[in-house]
Design a protein around this ligand. Structure first.
Ligand code: AP5
Length: 188
């Protein structure tokens, strides 16, 4: 199963991907987590990405594609993967299609988690208090939601046009949302 999880910041991609990983027995690849690991390690890439992420903007497509190529080339990806946080714009979607076509492993399904902005802001404010993520402050959250609307939302149409999109209500208990995602995957 090669699955793309789409949804605005705070929609529950990371939370549900962790459950899907256990259920589907495939790796969870979060580009946000990969970038945060680089920042934590203080690598040149991390130093480059740190400020951009804190502002809530997108890190360059070239950096992301390099990171993704590296991750997808590892042995544990042979049975599939759950992509969380990529693609983030139409250029990344095209790059991913080309990369997967080259290795003969196209995306099977894309699932979009729908949650309204008011609740997203509430969830991220809660996480800011609990975990202190650098980009969960009100200003960066506003920017992340704007970037999502302007750059990431068009990616939904990309998978819709390919007949691979399932749209799921992301509001409810974790079990309820998980059940809806599995049903959407089955339908695809
Ligand atoms: P990234 O880490 O991908 O962040 P994001 O998309 O903003 O998503 P979040 O992690 O905030 O939310 P989520 O949807 O995973 O929700 P979660 O499960 O955590 O990216 C961070 C930054 O990295 C970007 O801004 C950018 O700078 C850079 N970046 C990453 N990928 C990139 C790319 N491809 N190109 C360029 N730049 C890139 O849940 C959120 C909260 O809600 C949690 O507290 C959770 O417990 C709670 N919650 C979840 N589900 C529920 C529920 N059903 N009910 C109640 N609470 C819930």
């Amino acid at each position: 199963m090669r699955l793309v999880l789409l949804g605005a910041p705070g929609s529950g991609k990371g939370t549900q991907a962790a459950r899907l990983k256990e259920h589907l027995q495939v790796p969870h690849v979060s580009t946000g987590d990969l970038l945060r690991a680089e920042v934590k390690a203080g690598s040149p890439l991390g130093l480059q990405a740190q400020e951009v992420m804190a502002r809530g903007e997108l890190v360059s497509d070239a950096i992301l594609l390099g990171m993704l190529e590296d991750r997808l080339s590892r042995d544990d990806m042979a049975r599939g993967f759950i992509l969380d946080g990529y693609p983030r714009n139409l250029a990344q979607a095209a790059a991913l299609d080309a990369l997967l076509e080259r290795i003969g492993q196209p995306i099977d399904a894309a699932v979009q988690l729908e949650v309204d902005n008011e609740l997203l802001i509430e969830r991220l404010a809660g996480r800011a208090q609990a975990e202190g993520r650098a980009d969960d402050n009100p200003e960066s959250v506003r920017k992340r939601l704007q970037v999502y609307d302007e750059q990431t939302a068009p990616v939904i149409g990309h998978y819709g046009a390919a007949g691979k999109l399932g749209v799921v209500d992301g509001v409810g208990t974790l079990d309820e949302v998980f059940g809806r995602i599995l049903a959407a995957i089955d339908r695809s």
